[in-house]
Design a binder for this molecule. Structure first.
Ligand code: GMT
Length: 373
């Protein structure tokens, strides 16, 4: 098939999933065209089945806001025509689904639109009155809609009262990249031999509750010698730095900032902390599981579909920092329980979240829309 993919090319789970899916589909023989404003950061090495088409918004002085959405729709239509695309697979509803529907109107009904919802496009933006109706329009007019968890599919139906079918297709992880790596040489650069390493990776937005990460860590380090590795950047970071100083934890918290390649960093850690307020899936928990690193997380959104409570990790209500700290201590103090969780996580990734399985599920959706069934 000839497939156009649009996503946010910068850091963020939806862009990562879209890019990894494109790479996998290219390996499976499909012709992939990324249509994005920047080269997706995870695209990596050259692949003969992958092409990149940039999108540039016109910045004419009369425009207060450059019309990016229109430029995207126009570019999608151009690429679809020039390369006879079968479909556009867009990740994140705003503005991608709406731009794709517009491109389809420009090209004709033979161009199909598949929209994958990733979470905040529904759970945050879907509640904004200035966007709600247009998101609903994008969903209704797509030929197929998928969501990355059952929880997100249900939330979408509840929020928009849409009766259209939304198929749940989980995110996946490339186990050729995410696997338990021997990084002992690196570990000694961050922690002492008797210490454990806790990890949090996010965009440090309020929905991730990064202050809870610090609160959990503060409790755990009272019982177990450990340090905390923070990866990523975002609006909450100044508050986090302040909080770490207030608690006298500066020497125990390592701030790494944004990192492109996290598979080695994850292998460094003993536990992942993900206490989010909202999380449609929690890709980083899956990446950690693939590396044999169990997660202690909230039970928000799709997290219970990814992490099996009491088998591959522990879940608590969002905000329950005491409970999450107790779970972390329990797992770090019991080596056989820890090993069982790590192993169960690695197995679960293979059985439920492998790239091969998920790519085949998307191919089935593509096939269905192309055949118009
Ligand atoms: O807030 C984020 O984590 C970024 C956001 C995105 O659009 O990249 O992540 C969303 O999509 C990811 C990939 O499907 C999911 O793993 C995240 O759970 C989801 N974030 C939220 O729902 C808050």
């Amino acid at each position: 098939m000839r497939i156009g993919i649009t996503c946010y090319p910068t850091h963020g789970g939806s862009g990562v999933v879209a890019t990894e899916l494109g790479k996998l589909l290219a390996e499976r023989g499909h012709e992939i065209h990324f249509i994005t404003y920047d080269m997706p950061f995870r695209l990596g090495r050259f692949h003969q089945n992958i092409r990149y088409h940039g999108v540039e918004a016109n910045r004419y002085a009369v425009f207060k806001y450059p019309p990016y959405d229109l430029a995207l729709a126009s570019r999608m239509a151009q690429v679809a025509k020039a390369h006879q695309l079968d479909l556009l697979h867009v990740h994140y509803a705003v503005p991608h689904a709406i731009a794709a529907v517009l491109a389809k109107q420009m090209i004709g009904d033979q161009l199909k639109v598949v929209t994958t919802l990733h979470g905040t496009d529904i759970t945050v933006l879907g509640e904004d009155p200035s966007l709600r109706d247009v998101i609903c329009f994008g969903i209704q007019k797509s030929d197929a809609v998928t969501a990355v968890s059952e929880s997100l599919a249900k939330q979408t139906r509840d929020l928009f009262c849409v009766d259209r079918h939304i198929e749940r297709i989980y995110n996946f992880v490339d186990t050729r990249v995410y696997y338990p790596r021997d990084v002992s040489y690196l570990r000694s650069k961050y922690i002492d031999p008797d210490e454990k390493l806790l990890l949090h990776i996010s965009n440090f937005r309020p929905v991730k509750r990064p202050e809870d990460v610090i609160a959990i860590f503060a409790r755990v380090q009272e019982k177990i010698p450990c340090r905390l590795l923070l990866v990523g950047e975002g609006p909450e970071m100044p508050k986090i730095i302040e909080r770490v100083e207030e608690l006298g934890l500066t020497s125990k918290v390592i701030f790494l900032g944004k990192q492109d390649e996290v598979s080695q960093l994850i292998s460094l850690a003993d536990l992942l902390l993900l206490p989010s307020e909202k999380e449609s899936f929690g890709l980083v928990a899956l990446e950690a599981m693939a590396c044999g690193v169990p997660a202690i997380s909230s039970n928000a959104g799709g997290l219970p579909e990814v992490i099996e409570h009491g088998r591959t990790g522990f879940l608590s209500e969002a905000g329950d920092v005491e409970g999450m700290a107790q779970y972390a201590i329990c797992l770090l103090q019991d080596d056989s329980l820890y090993q069982a969780f790590a192993q169960a996580g690695i197995e679960r990734v293979k059985t439920t979240f492998s790239g091969e399985q998920i790519a085949a599920q998307y191919e089935a959706v593509y096939d269905r829309v192309i055949r118009n069934k």
